[in-house]
Design a binder for this molecule. Structure first.
Ligand code: ZN
Length: 150
């Protein structure tokens, strides 16, 4: 198959797929920054290259696409074609996620997953509430949490 996309378009598509650097993610980052939190982005030296790393709080955040990481929510549906291929693909993603989270916890990092559906769509959490929830987790949270809380 010929790749008809330019590099710029392709990286924009990949960003959308992975949920990285999307508008809602940027809003959350900005709100946390305004709340006084300092973080590093996409730290390649840590397992899974977490989206946000808060060294002072020994905490990392992954912003996860509900489809690619099989979130149990309304945004996830199995594709109707090539189902076997997708089951393999998505299952591999999930196995990878779990391995990454285990490794991070072994290294003493706490892990927060912020799902795409908390950031956009019908069930999104208001930015202010999301910021409060994340701030609270950073300061007092346990070793693992997901937002939205179900
Ligand atoms: Zn979701």
């Amino acid at each position: 198959m010929t790749d008809v996309h330019s590099k710029a378009v392709r990286s924009k598509n990949m960003a959308a797929i992975k949920g990285h650097n999307t508008k809602p993610e940027l809003s959350v980052r900005k709100a946390l920054h305004n709340a006084g939190f300092r973080y590093r982005l996409h730290v390649a030296s840590l397992p899974g290259k977490p989206d946000l790393v808060f060294p002072r709080y020994k905490a990392v955040i992954f912003v996860q696409g509900c489809f690619w990481h099989q979130h149990q929510c309304a945004m996830f549906h199995w594709p109707k074609s090539r189902t076997d291929w997708w089951v393999k693909k998505i299952s591999a993603n999930r196995a990878h996620d779990e391995a990454v989270q285990d490794k991070l916890r072994e290294l003493g990092w706490r892990v927060l997953l912020v799902w795409e559906c908390a950031l956009k769509g019908k069930h999104k959490v208001p930015l202010q509430q999301l910021t409060v929830d994340i701030s609270h987790w950073l300061r007092y949270g346990t070793s693992f949490m997901e937002l939205p809380v179900v």
